[in-house]
Design a binder for this molecule. Structure first.
Ligand SMILES: [Mn+2]
Length: 426
């Protein structure tokens, strides 16, 4: 399935006058404040977020899974889905594969298909949190941290294989997230587990191609409920430092205990040149699979404020890899991703409006009230016409969800794939 550019243009026609009026108003106001509006619109167009291959079908909970009709059954169909999202939003120009859920068979065909959608391959993700089919070993009690060397070797070899697959596709980074940990006190020795993890990561690290990066993701709990080997950014940062200069910490917004100051973590890592990537999602209590910006949009804005500051002031930090990391239970997965992309772009645009010079002056003067005024002045600006402009300039939809529905994308997917299709890997 492919979305016809002409169809998007036709749906845009109906909203064009309204867009022009609202864009004119905001562009005028921002210009008066000395903001280069074209510059902001260009930055929004440049900001591309990878879509993970596992987010295109319905995920599940521990209690069950309710499938969504027309789910992509193959890697090709997943690429088509990202292509549809990218056509509408012009923000999803990359896909992040999960191995072994998305093993490519014909590399050439897969690359051609992705190129036809203007999609590149972002970080590849290894999976040592479930047992491989017919494997001689089990990850039940851990993978890279396992007490048994045979299991650790198996997990290391899997990661090397993932790098090889990514290399064929043009990926430039490997993301490692480990479920390793313990569910009960006394179950493991913390020091042994950390040492084994360090050794295993180092073995993977030395096989990275020269222009590749290793991202080490952390998470405080789940699936283990007492301890996780790489539980926080400090542990990840330490492991990355011990691996070498091509290893970085990856921050997943949802992988923090409630009320953690994520913008401060991002700032610290960028100052040290070690923020490799960022995963977007949102959460209310513990789970991290909610639509980006659906619960705490102001927190997202504050994180973006730190990211924008880092991108402008920390040349020691490479440009981070951006990815949505969420799984959907009850919404149409594609609509959920479109909503997430909109929330990400909105927070980014608002952060770009923060007057960094004024903020710095207010900080120097210890004018606490003014510091808040400056941040909230940017946050309260309705930036949606800027997002619309950015999409319009690149052939995207003024209103992606409206266009998705009027083009009947889901119906077309169901016609093509059936009511009971299940996304591969889920
Ligand atoms: Mn993640």
């Amino acid at each position: 399935m492919k979305i016809d550019k002409q169809h998007i243009e036709d749906t845009n026609q109906k909203s064009l006058d309204s867009h022009r009026a609202s864009f004119g108003y905001i562009a005028n106001r921002l210009t008066q404040k000395g903001i280069e509006v074209d510059d902001v619109v260009q930055k929004l167009a440049d900001f591309q977020v990878a879509i993970p291959s596992w987010a295109l079908g319905a995920g599940g909970t521990r209690f069950g899974r309710f499938g969504f009709q027309g789910e992509p059954r193959t890697l090709k169909e997943k690429i088509d889905d990202v292509g549809a999202i990218h056509a509408l939003t012009q923000t999803a120009g990359a896909i992040s594969l999960h191995i072994p859920w998305d093993l490519p068979e014909d590399y050439k065909a897969i690359k051609q298909l992705a190129a036809s959608h203007s999609i590149v391959f972002d970080a590849v993700n290894s999976n040592t949190f479930q047992d491989p089919k017919n494997a001689a070993v089990s990850y039940r009690y851990g993978s890279l941290s396992h007490t048994d060397e045979a299991v650790r070797q198996h997990a290391v070899e899997h990661n090397k294989k993932v790098i090889e697959i990514g290399n064929e596709l043009g990926s430039k980074s490997l993301t490692v997230w480990l479920a390793d940990g313990a569910s009960f006190p006394g179950q493991t020795n913390f020091q042994t587990a950390l040492n084994q993890t360090q050794k295993s990561l180092r073995e993977i690290y030395i096989t990275l191609p020269g222009d590749w990066r290793l991202f080490i993701e952390y998470k405080p709990y789940e699936p283990n409920f007492y301890s996780t080997v790489i539980q926080d950014w400090g542990t990840s940062f330490m492991l990355a430092n011990e691996c070498g200069e091509k290893a970085f910490t990856l921050v997943d917004l949802g992988h923090h205990l409630p009320n953690t100051n994520i913008e401060q973590i991002v700032s610290t890592l960028m100052l040290k040149g070690k923020l490799g990537g960022f995963h977007f999602n949102d959460s209310k209590y513990g789970d991290d699979d909610l639509t980006v910006g659906s619960i705490k949009p102001y927190a997202l804005f504050l994180i973006f404020n730190a990211l924008v500051y880092g991108m402008e002031n920390n040349p020691q930090n490479p440009y981070p890899a951006w990815m949505i990391d969420a799984s959907h239970n009850i919404k149409d997965p594609l609509e959920d991703i479109i909503q997430s992309l909109e929330a990400i772009q909105e927070a980014y645009a608002k952060a770009l409006l923060v007057d960094q010079k004024l903020l710095n002056d207010a900080q120097q003067d210890h004018d606490v009230a003014m510091c808040q005024e400056i941040l909230q002045e940017a946050y309260r600006t309705d930036v949606r016409p800027l997002l619309e402009k950015s999409r319009l300039q690149h052939g995207g939809a003024l209103h992606p969800i409206k266009a998705y529905r009027s083009l009947q994308v889901r119906k077309r997917l169901i016609d093509e794939r059936g009511m009971d299709s299940v996304a591969s890997g889920l």
